[in-house]
Design a binder for this molecule. Structure first.
Ligand SMILES: [Zn+2]
Length: 390
């Protein structure tokens, strides 16, 4: 049963649901694909104004461009806590995987208690829940601990520009709560996530005329096909290790023996050991046709978020808080990586999947379950109090 303070917090957040929904709508209707600096800046301005109105100190941080790419600002919002209190980092991202103009085919929609739109679930819903959690907590008095919210503009493309900032702020924090979507219908939080590596395998063969000079050629495409088979054979799906040759390109014309081919492979793993073994195996690949040359580029991108003791402790704290709010909080292991992988790898207690409940991340039917929003907000508020006490 919810306790008295919990139920009053929940009641007040439930009364704010229409406002949560309209806030989410404003964020969703400002599209914000990764790499579209202007669009991200517009969304950041909206979010910054909302958090400033609650009393946060807003800082927009321009990230150093990575190559020629522009990312738009990262948004850092600090809330003071009692002197000497621990600092909690709330982590999320403003970017989505949807290109500008997606709203035309995938407009904001409310149907059957579900809120649809690009980025609603991953993860603008989580940002809204954090906003209302902070507001509800501050309405009851000073925050029990210092809180920093960091929203990065490049998470969906692997956080190339924001990684250093995330790591720097995590190292100043006693715990990290990640506002990424929850897992499954029951809204489980994520206590382990796979790590990610990405490899590009370039194959150079010998071009020749397919009709006149076939045997003088060494096909980069045929060689690459053998390599794809070898790479695929390294997958161990039952152990959570997968290698996906997701892009295969090469050749110029059908009557030319291909001089060049390229494979891009996405690798997911649960342990650092799996990653090291795959890395060694990929770098050991040799051409079957000795006239071909192989070149391996890329490698490790995100360390796995392994289910550490610290994370389990944080999860238990959250599950207990959820229980007092009247719901069960399960835990899940998932394949997709997030910036939580970065902070967990630094040894900072990290709990992921504290954002919206819904489904369809990165898909046309992406949605948030509206009635779950107030209690997820209440959970964040309650976690602040508990983390301040440890
Ligand atoms: Zn996300």
């Amino acid at each position: 049963m919810p306790t008295r303070t919990h139920s009053s917090l929940l009641r007040s957040l439930r009364a704010q649901l229409p406002e949560m929904v309209s806030t989410l709508r404003r964020y969703v209707e400002q599209e914000s694909p990764s790499g579209s600096a202007e669009a991200i800046a517009s969304l950041v301005a909206l979010i910054a104004a909302d958090f400033a109105a609650v009393g946060g100190r807003v800082r927009q941080r321009q990230l150093r461009a990575h190559g020629s790419a522009q990312y738009g600002p990262a948004l850092q919002i600090d809330f003071a806590g009692p002197r000497g209190s621990p600092r909690l980092l709330l982590l999320g991202h403003t970017d989505t995987v949807y290109p500008l103009g997606t709203l035309k085919s995938m407009p904001w929609r409310e149907r059957g208690g579900r809120l649809y739109g690009p980025g609603a679930f991953d993860m603008k819903g989580g940002i809204v829940q954090a906003l209302f959690a902070l507001r509800a907590t501050l309405e009851r008095g000073p925050l029990p601990c210092a809180v920093t919210l960091l929203l990065v503009p490049d998470e969906e493309i692997g956080s190339p520009a924001s990684r250093a900032l995330t790591e720097r702020l995590a190292l100043k924090s006693s715990a990290v709560l990640v506002l990424e979507p929850a897992a499954g219908d029951e809204g489980a939080c994520k206590t382990s996530r796979k790590g990610i590596a990405r490899y590009t395998l370039r194959v150079r063969g010998v071009a020749s005329h397919a009709g006149l000079d076939f045997e003088r050629g060494a096909s980069a495409i045929v060689e690459a096909a053998h390599q794809v088979a070898a790479i695929s054979a390294l997958s161990r799906p039952a152990k959570g290790l997968t290698l996906n040759p997701g892009i295969f390109s090469g050749g110029t014309r059908s009557n030319v023996v291909a001089e060049f081919a390229e494979i891009i492979v996405d690798v997911r793993f649960f342990t650092a050991l799996q990653a090291a073994r795959v890395d060694a195996a990929i770098r050991r690949l040799r051409p079957r046709d000795s006239r071909c040359r192989l070149e391996v580029l890329g490698g490790h991108e995100r360390s796995p978020f392994e289910r550490s003791k610290q994370t389990v402790r944080l999860y238990r704290m959250a599950a207990q808080a959820a229980g007092e709010l009247g719901f069960q909080l399960a835990e899940a292991a998932v394949g997709g990586g997030s910036d939580g992988n970065l902070t967990a790898a630094l040894g900072i207690p990290t709990l992921d999947g504290l954002g919206a409940v819904g489904d369809g991340a990165h898909a046309a039917n992406e949605f948030v379950v509206a009635r779950e929003m107030p209690r997820r907000s209440a959970l964040l508020s309650e976690l602040m109090t508990r983390l301040a006490a440890v």
